[in-house]
Design a protein. Structure first.
Length: 182
């Protein structure tokens, strides 16, 4: 058995988990999410727990078994607590501003960038250089954070750009340091 796939998911109070036509629906205080179950994986809701089983013991099915369980566990966590992702902006003149569901970013280009946040994701900006993204769908939140980081990824010489909080950027020596070693 998959070590992750065989673990049951405990459903907290105020959360409902249902299944219809191979799709799992989770409803809670922070919204509702839906996810399609992979073929060959079955879900059983019994009281306050959810358990998963797989059709056979093939290598692919074992991996999908754990994946299905973790996707539903993330959905349950998302509708109860929610998820956050923090981005840090480094660079002279680089800043961000959140107005409604649009994130305005000034990242050294000739124009500010207006990034439209998808429904279900909100942004808060602290001190113009720290962006906190929040949402109940972990997968969507990760995609949005990666897209915002991709607008100006951190560069290795001065470290300027958008990075995840706690991300370490390996720095390179510039031309002056390379010429001094001769």
């Amino acid at each position: 058995m998959s070590r992750i796939g065989r673990l049951p998911i405990t459903i907290p109070n105020g959360v409902t988990v249902s299944q219809a036509d191979g799709e799992v629906r989770v409803k809670g205080p922070k919204g509702q999410l839906a996810q399609r179950l992979p073929a060959g994986v079955t879900m059983e809701v019994s009281g306050p727990t959810v358990k998963f089983a797989r059709a056979d013991d093939s290598n692919k099915m074992r991996g999908v078994h754990g994946l299905a369980r973790q996707l539903v566990a993330n959905m349950v966590d998302g509708v109860t607590k929610g998820f956050t992702r923090v981005l840090e902006i480094t660079g002279v003149g680089y800043r961000a501003d959140a107005r409604g569901n649009i994130l305005w970013l000034t990242l050294g280009y000739s124009h500010p960038i207006a990034y439209q946040l998808p429904p279900g994701v909100t942004a808060k900006v602290d001190k113009q250089v720290t962006v906190t993204l929040e949402g109940s769908d972990r997968q969507l939140l990760g995609e949005v954070a990666a897209a915002v980081r991709g607008l100006r990824p951190p560069e290795p010489y001065k470290g300027k750009g958008v990075r995840y909080a706690g991300e370490h950027i390996r720095r390179k020596a510039g031309k002056a340091a390379a010429g001094a070693s001769r």
